[in-house]
Design a protein. Structure first.
Lengths: 331, 331
DNA sequence: CTGAAAGCGCTTACAG
DNA sequence: CTGAAAGCGCTTACAG
């Protein structure tokens, strides 16, 4: 059963291929009669016509694919929700949103652009200068650094605000000497650094001493050392903001082993609201992100980049709505 | 800067477009001279020629894209590793591996096939009958149910073996009355059921009573009830195999609240080896999967489906190598 | 207001 | 052993 082409629709509707194309692509300026328009639409639907991506891409030099490049970063479970939401929004606008997982040395990305000819590339994390340049040469628009501080306006999701929110929560509970659990993993750095910066600024704004930063890994030893640093200094810390829930959970486990009572001896707040966090004993206070809202914001940015939508003012939910404290037992 | 086409290569190398195509696609049967071949290859490289995906797709009706459809299932962190490995293997064979996150009611998948014209569709989880049929009509090969029991030969990853391994480990530690923590989430069912089946069969093979199955959710209450069921019956259970680490961690937290000593009162084994599992107190015994090996196996299946590789006997690492017990403190 | 025709870059059946 | 030509399905400049 051969594929239904626009030629078939044209013949069946008794018009030319040109007219079919105009109708289907909403080229109003040609002033098609309402009747012609209706008939074409009806015929296309009746025949189950689906335009050929290859045909269009070949002709226009650009496909209707939005290529999202995901680097090797430790994705939160929540990221899946983000992908679903982004795919839905873009799908409604006629774009197919597709993910490429790229850890450095696969095929050079450069080849890929030409191979796939995406309408736009969305890079989570940051692309290498080489890749950026090759994209530029291919005249493919790039939306870069979605989750970095520079990308805040794209999603409404501010990494800095996350750190700030943690500090504000702890300060509101009366804490003045606060520790920060940073993560010693290069893949996390793009997230960790801005969060820490936000925390540091919040301390400064609130007149608190800067947070006592300890860099740790996901291991018991590492968490133990971190706790020791926080509790055994001259001015021990009474609360810790952790880069994420996993780090917080490591700290929590370590406290238990060392008989440090949470939250009385040490309060604790994470980020992510992992399923595990509500199960921990005591249950972990954390920050939840509404990634669906963030994805919808990103979809708007993407669509305005490809000209499928007028550039919107950042009207969507702003950071205040995207981030929410989930107060539990560790603070 | 206009794109380099095969015509450019032909002109530059002093041959016809036909010859360029033959050389680049390895059509040996035409008996091209070694010299011509060399010159074309050299020229293509020098000009930085990348074939147009759109051109080829339009001509052949099929692109060099492998489309992986991921349903809305709670992905383990480890899945990322799988994606990276699959992308690398397929990339080496000239295919671009791309992921579509599809939660039911986005654009009907049917449209997508025609839009993107993938060489093959790989479905994690199972596709709806409608989607399967539309794929069939479009004559696009489908590799379905990658992580279901039916897909075991594709990856070498057997869900049943996971359950079996858990039971064997517990039995070797002397446990005879074993509980199974199943998960009350439809999205997990494709994984949970076969794992449970494997566990049940292993018990039967070992002459043990069938596992006492309790279905739970990721919540404290739910875990508490589960533990109560296991410990307060006529013949209490001395060990629990959990569907995954998260369920095991919920049980572990619940044991702690109820002063049930793990592993002395109740032994516990999970699946996944989450980062969190080594941090728990006591640290969780679990099963780790080598998803890189599984991905390489899948890549072979995919390539042989598209005819890019002779069908391989399942030569890769088999289940025994893909699954490994990680013994820790809970057993 | 609508249509005929060209051309995007590729592959391949056919002709030399 | 190699090349000229057709055609995949689309969009759009141009002509009526």
């Amino acid at each position: 059963m051969p594929r239904v082409t626009s030629k078939d629709v044209a013949r069946e509707a008794g018009v030319s291929q040109t007219t079919v194309s105009f109708v289907l692509n909403g080229k109003d300026e040609h002033g098609l009669s309402a009747e012609t328009r209706r008939r074409v639409l009806e015929t296309a639907k009746r025949l189950g016509y689906v335009p050929s991506g290859a045909g269009r891409a070949l002709r226009k030099g650009r496909s209707k694919v939005v290529l999202c490049v995901v680097p090797d970063f430790p994705v939160a479970e929540a990221m899946e929700q983000f992908k679903l939401a982004l795919g839905r929004s873009l799908g409604e606008a006629g774009y197919t949103c597709v993910y490429l997982h790229h850890a450095g040395t696969t095929t050079p990305l450069a080849e890929l652009w030409q191979h796939v000819q995406p309408a736009v590339v969305v890079a989570f994390g940051s692309l290498s200068p080489d890749d950026t340049q090759s994209l530029h040469r291919a005249e493919i628009p790039l939306i870069d650094g979605v989750f970095t501080p520079d990308g805040t306006h794209l999603t409404g999701l501010s990494q800095e605000d996350i750190g700030r929110l943690q500090i504000e929560h702890l300060a509101a509970r009366g804490h003045r000497h606060i520790g920060y659990a940073a993560l010693d993993d290069p893949r996390e750095r793009p997230f960790c650094r801005p969060r820490l910066r936000g925390a540091t600024r919040a301390c400064s704004d609130l007149g608190l001493p800067a947070p006592q930063v300890v860099s740790m890994r996901y291991s018991r030893d590492s968490a133990r050392n971190a706790v020791a640093e926080w509790t055994q200094g001259a001015t021990p810390v009474t609360a810790v903001a952790a880069f994420n829930d996993l780090a917080a959970l490591a700290v929590l486990a370590s406290c238990r082993i060392q008989h440090i009572v949470v939250p009385d001896d040490l309060a604790l707040i994470g980020v992510d609201d992992l399923p595990m966090s509500s199960l921990a004993v005591p249950a972990l206070t954390t920050i939840r992100m509404d990634l669906t809202a963030a994805a919808d914001n990103l979809a708007s940015s993407v669509l305005s980049t490809v000209g499928a939508q007028p550039p919107t003012a950042p009207s969507g939910p702003d950071a205040a709505d995207i981030l929410a404290i989930v107060p539990r037992e560790t603070t």
